[in-house]
Design a protein around this ligand. Structure first.
Ligand code: ATP
Ligand code: MG
Ligand code: FE
Length: 354
């Protein structure tokens, strides 16, 4: 099916068009610059930016895909989780388009979209996604380990972060190192030439006693505090802060704990497959370490291309195309923004069978 996906859960206005698993276009307009000076996303500013960006973005995505609105088989939209006002702008546009064009509408989960992004990477050479798979979702607002039996019907949560998300930790540590928002790519850049073993920062919930109770859970706030304290102490000595070493060591701590716990889940559940998704998966070191350690463990890894890791509309369209292919009915128009939609709810407001 030819599907147009609308993503407005945070500060990216993403419009993606797919035909089945084939990506046709993926336009992203970001209001990031407007938030940068506040050090984080301002919800009202984001919602307003979506309102302005939606129409030109849809035009551009259609032009790049070389399709017309009338050609579409369905519209897809993120219904949550995310910023309520931002979500509402995308949902309003999607409902309007679906009604005006008389096309089915699929309201889908943003987090499952992140995990589904890898499907679109599928070309003739890459093997189709196999089930079950363990999925590691690492984004700005979430850090979760999932047992995925089928992306369209069965996503089980094994564990999640008890405090900050990994992306949030990147953003906060970047700020205390004086680097701009968003912090992930900045830390990646700052870590070039740094020694990842220079400072041994804590790996949250990784001690034997924690692993008994929180085997698949994460904690990053202690790490953030440890970095802050280390930097303060360094500054107190009057010596310059070795930013590259701090960035590399911090990044190493995050990557280590993410990969260790994901591979533990693969081993425990006897699932030799790992699927990665979410903005933090854009991290170079995370991609490298996951590939290396999974290979040692005999686990195959699927990693979406960089352009599909952070928020985009293509992953939303792609997930809807999967739902359609597996026979799911469209959503009713009676759904709204759900800022805390759990990852287990793949689609919302599916129509009753008649
Ligand atoms: P959620 O998906 O949980 O609702 P979100 O949509 O805001 O949150 P994403 O867009 O998936 O999050 O990811 C954004 C996050 O990814 C930010 O915290 C950003 O710092 C982080 N990120 C982006 N690139 C990198 C990178 N190269 N290394 C580490 N983190 C990165
Ligand atoms: Mg974002
Ligand atoms: Fe996201």
């Amino acid at each position: 099916p030819l599907v147009l996906g609308i993503e407005t859960s945070c500060d990216e206005t993403g419009i993606g068009i797919v035909r089945g698993r084939t990506l046709l276009s993926n336009t992203i307009a970001s209001s990031m610059d407007e938030h940068a000076r506040y050090g984080g996303v301002v919800p009202e500013v984001a919602a307003r930016a979506h309102l302005e960006a939606l129409e030109p973005s849809i035009e551009q995505a259609l032009a790049e895909a070389q399709v017309r609105l009338e050609d579409l088989d369905a519209i897809a939209v993120t219904s949550g989780p995310g910023l309520a006002g931002a979500l509402m702008v995308g949902i309003g546009a999607a409902k309007g388009l679906a009604a005006a064009l008389d096309k089915p509408l699929y309201a889908v989960n943003h987090l499952v979209g992140h995990i589904a992004a890898d499907i679109l990477a599928g070309d003739a050479e890459s093997a189709p996604l196999e089930y079950p798979t363990i999925a590691l979702l690492v984004s700005g607002g979430h850090t979760s380990l999932l047992h995925v039996r089928d992306l369209t019907t069965d996503v089980e949560m094994l564990g999640e972060t008890m405090d900050d998300a990994a992306g949030e930790a990147f953003d906060k540590v970047a700020r205390l190192l004086g680097l701009p928002y968003p912090g992930g790519p900045e830390i990646d850049r700052a870590a070039v030439g740094g020694d990842p073993q220079a400072i041994r920062f804590p790996r949250g919930l990784s001690r034997a006693s924690d692993m008994a109770k929180h085997r698949y859970d994460f904690s990053f706030s202690g790490l953030k505090t440890a970095v802050a304290r280390w930097v303060e102490q360094q500054e107190a000595t009057g010596e310059p802060v070795p930013v590259a070493d701090v960035a590399a060591s911090f990044r190493e701590a995050v990557v280590d704990v993410l990969v260790t716990k994901a591979l533990a889940a693969c081993k425990d559940l006897g699932v030799p497959r790992l699927l990665l998704g979410g903005g933090v998966i854009a991290n170079r070191r995370l991609r490298d370490v996951a590939l290396e350690r999974a290979a040692e463990a005999g686990v195959s890894v699927r990693i979406p291309p960089l352009s599909l890791c952070t928020d985009n509309g293509a992953m939303i369209a792609g997930l809807a195309a999967e739902l359609i292919a597996s026979g799911r009915r469209p959503s009713t128009l009676a759904f709204g923004a759900d800022s805390t939609l759990p990852v287990t709810e793949i689609q919302v407001a599916e129509r009753e069978a008649v």
